[in-house]
Design a protein around this ligand. Structure first.
Ligand SMILES: Nc1ncnc2c1ncn2[C@@H]1O[C@H](COP(=O)(O)OP(=O)(O)O)[C@@H](O)[C@H]1O
Ligand SMILES: [Mg+2]
Length: 249
């Protein structure tokens, strides 16, 4: 098995990196039966904390056998021998040789390894070395003025690295906290979409809308498969296609 390394990254804190990492990792495990690890590189440990809280809740209130969480864990275990995505901790400030060794130790054991970078990604030398290890980068994009320029700078750096042959990752941008092209911030999203198209930035067709379901994401239970226009499943499907995965495999 060749492990693929993925990151939902941007230089902008609060853009939804950890949230979408969780949605993608739980989705790939439950929807597509892939073995998944998530490496939390954020010193704030937002994903590790979220997982700890969920496990504590399970401990305090053992879920009934008909509950969603119980059924998810049971099915995951049956399908992949994994109850939920495995979590690991890594420090960006370790020697890169140590970081690389940890990453390599996951190679072959998982289909996909997600790297969740810190809130605001500084282009620290280890960051660049780590970005070079990735096969796929998905960049969440929100249109307020600060996020916009920070995200473009990040995307531009990736484009430059790729142009110089220093990055192998396939990278794509997508809108997060999107509410359509007519609603709140709609015209800004439209301007951004046109700009990205004109500059040939790879923008995903589907976007993630703001929703309470996303806000209270789980590190165990995937989002529901559904058809409504605002359902985040559309974006997952688009990403599954990019990863060359077919639902019916
Ligand atoms: N599509 C969305 N709908 C609702 N809330 C969202 C959405 N995306 C992100 N959030 C919220 O925004 C905040 C920051 O998201 P987070 O994933 O922690 O960002 P990052 O990891 O990039 O710092 C969180 O409170 C999260 O719940
Ligand atoms: Mg985060």
């Amino acid at each position: 098995m060749v492990t693929k390394y993925i990151s939902v990254s941007s230089s902008k804190g609060g853009s939804g990196k950890s949230t979408i990492t969780s949605i993608l990792s739980t989705g790939l495990l439950s929807h597509l039966k892939r073995r998944i690890a998530v490496v939390d590189i954020d010193p704030q440990e937002s994903l590790i904390d979220a997982r700890k809280a969920e496990l504590k809740e399970i401990d305090n209130n053992p879920p009934k056998s008909n509950s969603l969480i119980y059924q998810t864990i049971l099915k995951n275990k049956e399908n992949t021998n994994q109850s939920f995505p495995d979590f690991f901790k890594m420090s960006l400030y370790d020697d890169f040789a140590i970081i690389k060794q940890k990453l390599d130790s996951l190679n072959g054991k998982y289909d996909f390894v997600f790297l969740d970078f810190p809130g605001s990604l500084n282009i620290h030398s280890n960051t660049i070395l780590l970005l070079k290890e990735l096969d796929y980068i998905f960049i969440p994009f929100y249109v307020d003025k600060n996020s916009r320029s920070a995200t473009f700078k990040f995307a531009h750096s990736l484009k430059e690295l790729k142009g110089k042959g220093m990055l192998k990752a396939d990278f794509h941008l997508f809108f997060n906290q999107f509410n359509g092209y007519t609603g709140k911030n709609g015209s800004s999203f439209k301007v951004m979409r046109d700009f990205m198209e004109s500059k040939k930035y790879p923008l995903l067709k589907n976007a993630i809308y703001s929703s309470p379901e996303i806000e209270r994401y789980s590190t165990i239970v995937p989002i529901k498969v559904g058809a409504g226009i605002k359902n985040p499943y559309h974006l997952l499907e688009e990403i599954y296609n990019i990863l060359n995965l077919n639902q019916n495999e």
